[in-house]
Unconditional design. Structure first.
Length: 385
């Protein structure tokens, strides 16, 4: 017997490299987000996450002690202290200066000559001395520009601040309130509709299938406002308020149904015909066949759509802004993060921690159901001979 070739074909190498590239493209942003969320805010502001394991340099503006703390020695009036301790910094001073135009003009240990016979020295540990022959006046100390090299700093304070921030917990619950029904409702409706389109014969079935396929390409933004006006008109007729959870559930159901019906119909139509016919011979009704046979066999397709729908609804902001209010009992997690971005434009450590917290739930859903994802997507894609 001739053994197969142990060397892989070029096509196999291309496939493996492509898969590796896709994995990297998916995981690297997640890794970067997590690393950024546990970094010190000062280091995050001056360097990227890929430099998190290396020391970083920062240019900082500090001030010496005020004139009230000056001392006199050898006819000189002296301001002295430790700039790192005053500013709450850790690290090593690499350079310093006394002008904004040249913040790193002098190396540590050198003496900087300043106007009016003033002199300044700063060492690597942050100890400084500023002298002049005349008494210091005023209320504030002199500015000190210095460059500090700090080792990598990792902290969980960003997560503590996010988890204890006002409204985050309620927004998390609001997102679950929106997402869970908006995932379950379209699955239930699409399952019934898919079975009918796959195994029940009635006039107009082909037209309905064509309409479902056509709705897949309709942009959400095009139908958002007309759907809102329709809902408000029907709601006002029945006395239902405009900004309610019911509205956003129905909106997400409508936007998710075309994909759900298309995906589930392809799967259900490929189930063995013999099973359905045997059940009909035994006297089973369509409802019995659907509940006892179709649903258990269709779990991979149901799970694959549940992943898509859950991820879409959980990360949605546009539909939530249109169909739901901005009160604390209605604002979803993505809306809360948007508000934090507006009021904390420079606090990237808070935003990265918040974003990573928001993806934990979708990641849990994905890894729980991912073994069904490929089976559900590929089912019905190839027609049997």
């Amino acid at each position: 017997m001739i053994s197969g070739s142990k060397t892989k074909s070029p096509l196999m190498w291309v496939v493996h490299l492509s898969v590796l590239l896709l994995v990297l493209l998916w995981t690297m942003p997640t890794i970067g987000l997590f690393v950024s969320s546990i970094r010190d805010k000062d280091q995050l502001a001056v360097s990227g996450w890929w430099t998190a394991l290396f020391s970083s340099e920062q240019n900082i503006i500090g001030r010496s002690v005020g004139p009230d703390d000056q001392v006199v020695k050898d006819g000189l009036y002296i301001l002295q202290g430790n700039i790192l301790k005053q500013d709450g910094k850790t690290g090593t001073v690499k350079a310093f200066g006394w002008r904004a135009q040249e913040p790193a003009a002098f190396k540590v240990g050198e003496t900087a000559d300043m106007p009016r016979d003033r002199k300044m020295t700063v060492d690597s540990e942050g100890n400084y001395t500023i002298t002049q022959p005349e008494e210091w006046t005023g209320k504030r100390g002199k500015r000190i520009f210095y460059t500090i090299e700090t080792p990598p700093i990792f902290t969980l304070d960003n997560y503590r601040e996010v988890l204890t921030a006002e409204g985050i917990g309620q927004s998390f619950i609001n997102s679950l309130t929106v997402t869970i029904p908006s995932t379950i409702i379209p699955i239930l409706i699409a399952a019934f509709a898919s079975y009918a389109l796959a195994w029940m014969h009635f006039p107009g079935r082909a037209v309905l299938i064509a309409v479902v396929v056509g709705l897949l390409v309709v942009p959400l933004q095009m139908s958002l406002i007309p759907l809102l006006r329709l809902y408000n008109g029907v709601g006002s007729f029945f006395g239902v308020p405009a900004k309610t959870y019911l509205g956003i559930w129905l909106a997400h159901t409508g936007f998710g149904l075309p994909l759900a019906i298309y995906l589930l119909r392809n799967y259900i139509s490929e189930l063995p015909r013999e099973i359905i016919e045997s059940a009909r011979v035994d006297g089973a009704s369509h409802f019995d066949i659907f509940v006892k046979i179709i649903l258990p066999l269709s779990f991979p397709a149901l799970a694959s759509f549940a992943i898509f729908q859950f991820l879409w609804v959980w990360n949605d902001l546009l539909v939530a802004m249109v169909f739901l209010g901005n009160t604390d009992d209605q604002l979803v997690l993505t809306g809360r993060l948007r508000e934090m971005l507006g009021s904390r434009g420079g606090n990237w450590e808070i935003l990265t921690a918040s974003a990573f917290i928001t993806i934990l739930v979708p990641l849990g859903v994905f890894f729980t159901l991912q073994r069904y994802l490929v089976r559900g997507l590929l089912a019905g894609s190839v027609k049997g001979g």
